[in-house]
Design a protein around this ligand. Structure first.
Ligand code: ADP
Ligand code: MG
Length: 323
C-alpha cells in the first residue's frame, strides 16, 4: 500500500546522505571491490551508486522494491550482526517509495543484465540490457512525491556536505574497496582500495595530514583499539575529523571524545582539535546499539572502563612517540 510505505519511508530515508549510505552499504554487502558514487545538487536531483559486486538475480529484482525483502538474514547466522548492520530489507523499498529509481544489474554468469525503472514505489518498466557484473542504482528526484519532506531538506551545499562526510566514513571503514566519489561532476576523492588505512586517509583528507599522524594499537580485556591519531603540532584538525568506529560501525560517542580530549589536554593550545581515526572492537555483549540504521549513538555498559582504556592507550602512544 503506497501511503503507508510513504510514511514508513521517512524512518529510513530522512535525507540524501542516508540514501547514499544505504546504497553504498548494499554495494559493500554485495562484495564490490570498486564503488562509484556521484551526486548532483546535494543528492536531491541525482544519486548514482555503481558497484562491481555480485549483482541481483533477474528473478529477484522485482522483490528488491518490496518491504522486508532481504537476502541477507539467511546468509548470516549471527543475528546480532544482522540486526546491528541494519539488514531489514527496508532501505530500497523506502527509497523507491519517494523517488524515481533505475536499477541495472547483472550477475557473473549471465550474458546480459536487466534494467528496472520504478517510480513512487511502483515498477514502471523492466527490460533486458547489456551490462557488466554488478549493480548500478540511480535515484532521481528524491522526495518528489512528499513535498513536506522535500521542504525540510537543507541547501544543496549543506546536503552535499552531509553526503561527503558519510562517504568519508564509508571509505575509511573499507580501505579494501576503491571508492570514486564526485559531486556535481567534480571528483571529490578517489581511494586506492589497497587495504591500507593510511592511503585511504591520504586520498580523502588534507594531504599533509599523514605527516602528522601516528599509529595507535592497544588491547585490554574485551577492548581492542587501532587507528591513527594526530601529533600535538597539527593545527588544521576539525571536530569532524575525530572519527570513531565501533565494531566497524561509525558512531558518535561523547565518552570516547572526552577520553581523547582529556589525554590531549596538557599538550594542545586552545582551539585545536586532535584528529583521530579510531577503530574500537568491543564484545557486543558490552554495548547497546540503536538498531535504527540512521542512528549513530551507542551505549557502553561501563563508560568508566572504556574511558580509562582509551585515555591510557593514547597516553602510551604519546610516550612511545616522544621517545
Ligand atoms: P537489506 O540490505 O537490509 O537486505 P535493502 O532494501 O537495502 O535491504 O536491499 C534489499 C535486497 O536487495 C538486499 O538484501 C540484496 O539482496 C539486494 N541488493 C540491494 N542492493 C544490491 C547491490 N548493490 N548488489 C546486490 N544486491 C543488492
Ligand atoms: Mg541494505
Amino acid at each position: 500500500e503506497i501511503t503507508s510505505s510513504k510514511i514508513a519511508a521517512g524512518e529510513v530515508v530522512e535525507k540524501p546522505a542516508m540514501v547514499v549510505k544505504e546504497l553504498v552499504e548494499n554495494a559493500v554487502d554485495a562484495g564490490a571491490t570498486e564503488i562509484i558514487v556521484d551526486v548532483k545538487k546535494g543528492g536531491k536531483k541525482l544519486i548514482r551508486v555503481v558497484d562491481n559486486g555480485c549483482g541481483i538475480h533477474r528473478d529477484d529484482v522485482d522483490l528488491m522494491f518490496e518491504r522486508h525483502a532481504t537476502s541477507k538474514i539467511r546468509k548470516i547466522d549471527d543475528l546480532y550482526k544482522t540486526i546491528s548492520l541494519g539488514f531489514r530489507g527496508e532501505a530500497l523499498a523506502s527509497i523507491c517509495a519517494v523517488a524515481n529509481v533505475e536499477v541495472i544489474t547483472m550477475q557473473e554468469n549471465d550474458d546480459y543484465g536487466v534494467k528496472i525503472e520504478a517510480s513512487g514505489g511502483a515498477i514502471k518498466n523492466k527490460s533486458e540490457m547489456g551490462a557488466k557484473r554488478g549493480t548500478s542504482i540511480v535515484v532521481r528526484d528524491l522526495f518528489y512525491n512528499t513535498p513536506a519532506r522535500l521542504k525540510f531538506l537543507k541547501s544543496d551545499s549543506v546536503e552535499t556536505k552531509h553526503i561527503s562526510e558519510i562517504m568519508g566514513h564509508l571509505a575509511l571503514s573499507h580501505p579494501e574497496i576503491a571508492f570514486k566519489y564526485s559531486t556535481d561532476d567534480q571528483m571529490v576523492f578517489r581511494t586506492p582500495g589497497d587495504e591500507k588505512l593510511e592511503n585511504t586517509i591520504f586520498s580523502i583528507y588534507d594531504r599533509t595530514l599523514i605527516k602528522h599522524l601516528f599509529e595507535i594499537k592497544d588491547a585490554f580485556d574485551f577492548l581492542k583499539l587501532r587507528g591513527y591519531i594526530s601529533t600535538f603540532d597539527y593545527t588544521k584538525g576539525t571536530k569532524q575529523q575525530q572519527i570513531i568506529f565501533v565494531n566497524g560501525r561509525y558512531v558518535k560517542s561523547d565518552v570516547i571524545k572526552d577520553a581523547i580530549n582529556l589525554a590531549y589536554k596538557p599538550y594542545l593550545m586552545h582551539n585545536r582539535y586532535p584528529v583521530c581515526f579510531l577503530f574500537l572492537e568491543i564484545d557486543p555483549d558490552k554495548i547497546d546499539v540503536n538498531i535504527h540504521p540512521a542512528k549513530t549513538e551507542i551505549k557502553f555498559h561501563d563508560d568508566g572502563v572504556l574511558k580509562q582504556f582509551i585515555y591510557t592507550a593514547l597516553k602510551k602512544a604519546f610516550n612511545l612517540q616522544n621517545q
